[in-house]
Structure formats: structure tokens, C-alpha cells
Design a protein around this ligand. Structure first.
Ligand SMILES: Cc1cc2nc3c(=O)[nH]c(=O)nc-3n(C[C@H](O)[C@H](O)[C@H](O)COP(=O)(O)O)c2cc1C
Length: 200
């Protein structure tokens, strides 16, 4: 399915070809490919090189673990994510490990790690669909996530499936056009609300 971003300015193919499907093939992800996704996350930049991220991963070929992680998702997400080959939960440490001072960029850095993971996935013909719709406290209980760490997003990872096999309401969303705000709305120079001069 062609969901390639229709961009106003040229960007790298890996970015324009990344998108978040709900139709996943049940084909398993080879261990070395999966390891490479987290290797990409590993090399993300972070404030003070703190690397405040962790990922808990459940693969379809370990059914008990997969079902347990699926059970942390809200119903809407579990309805489609149950077909993904891999589920993961991104966890972020809220304070600097060495000093205990609050790390106000921790979520930003964990998001950056997940973004690189998504790009590495695209390069390997894999897709990632991130989710806010899960229960972080349930995840804390199941996995024993320690105090000071917070589960912030779930991820479904796998190969593309058949969008026409999806039930509604997923199918319509899968086939809908991808949209974005114009750059002029969020890139500014000089003063808040003033579109960056290089864009005009
Ligand atoms: C942090 C985060 C949370 C998201 N939560 C959900 C979710 O709970 N359920 C869902 O179906 N999609 C979720 N998405 C996917 C977004 O809806 C999707 O990224 C957005 O619509 C843009 O589409 P694209 O990724 O295909 O470009 C989430 C994405 C991110 C980054």
C-alpha cells in the first residue's frame, strides 16, 4: 500500500516511507533484525549521554509473554496489535542516574531512541506502530518496573499485513490519507508565531 509521505520539500526515503500501520503480517521478525532495531535506538543522542531509555520486548513465538504484554494495551489497540510479530514497551528514567537530579529531557531522549528504531525498521522492510493507549501501571506490576522509571509508550513491530483483512474501524483509518500541519505553522524565527523567514 502506498502511504509514502507527500512532502513539500525533499526528505530521505527512509523518513517518507515510515508510517504506522494497523495491518500486520504474523511473520516473525528474525532475532538479528530485531537486535538491529534496538542497536539503532542505542545510538540515539541524549542529554549528557544519559541514555535514559529501556525497552521490554515480547515476541509472538513466546505466547505467554506476548499475551501478557498484549493485556497492557487498551482494547482499541489490542484489537489490531494482536497480529504484530513483536510488542515492546519503552520505559524512561526520570532522573539522572549519577546525581538523582530530574532529567527534564528524559522523555525527549527516549522518543529520539524510538524514532531511530522506527527508521532502522523502515530500512529493513519492517513497520512500527507506537501507542500511548496502554496501562503503564499494569506494565509496572507485570514487569517490576522500578520507581523512578516510567513506561511511556508501547510499540507494535512487524511486517506489513493486508489492510483489506482489517475489520472496521481499523480498515478506514488504514486506507485514509496521511496528513500533517504545514511547516509554516511550527517553524518560527524572531518571535513566537512568526513563520521562519527561510520558508517564505
Ligand atoms: C507516542 C505515540 C502514541 C501513539 N498512540 C497511538 C495509539 O494509542 N493508538 C494508535 O492506533 N496509534 C497511536 N499512535 C500512532 C499515531 O496516531 C500516528 O503516528 C500518527 O497518526 C501519524 O501517522 P504515521 O505514523 O502513519 O505518520 C501513536 C504515535 C505516537 C508517536
Amino acid at each position: 500500500m502506498d502511504k509514502v509521505a507527500k512532502t513539500d520539500h525533499s526528505i530521505n526515503d527512509l523518513i517518507s516511507h515510515r508510517w504506522s500501520p494497523r495491518a500486520f503480517s504474523e511473520k516473525l521478525v528474525p532475532a538479528d533484525a530485531l537486535a538491529s532495531l534496538f542497536e539503532a535506538a542505542r545510538w540515539a543522542p541524549s542529554s549528557s549521554n544519559e541514555q535514559p531509555w529501556a525497552y521490554i520486548v515480547a515476541t509472538r513465538d513466546v505466547p505467554g509473554e506476548f499475551a501478557s504484554m498484549l493485556g497492557t494495551l487498551v482494547e482499541f489497540n489490542a484489537g489490531w496489535a494482536k497480529h504484530a510479530a513483536v510488542l515492546a514497551i519503552a520505559v524512561s528514567e526520570n532522573a539522572f542516574a549519577k546525581t538523582g537530579a530530574p532529567n527534564r529531557n528524559a522523555h525527549y531522549d527516549t522518543g529520539a531512541a524510538s524514532a531511530l528504531l522506527c527508521i532502522e525498521a523502515t530500512a529493513r522492510g519492517l513497520f512500527v506502530h507506537q501507542m500511548a493507549g496502554f496501562d503503564p501501571e499494569k506494565a509496572r506490576q507485570i514487569y517490576g518496573i522500578p520507581a523512578g522509571w516510567e513506561a511511556i509508550a508501547a510499540l507494535a513491530i512487524g511486517y506489513a499485513g493486508d489492510p483489506n483483512a482489517l475489520p472496521q474501524p481499523y480498515k478506514d483509518r488504514e486506507l485514509a490519507e496521511r496528513t500533517r500541519k504545514p511547516i509554516s505553522e511550527f517553524v518560527m524565527t524572531g518571535k513566537w508565531g512568526h513563520t521562519a523567514s527561510f520558508l517564505s
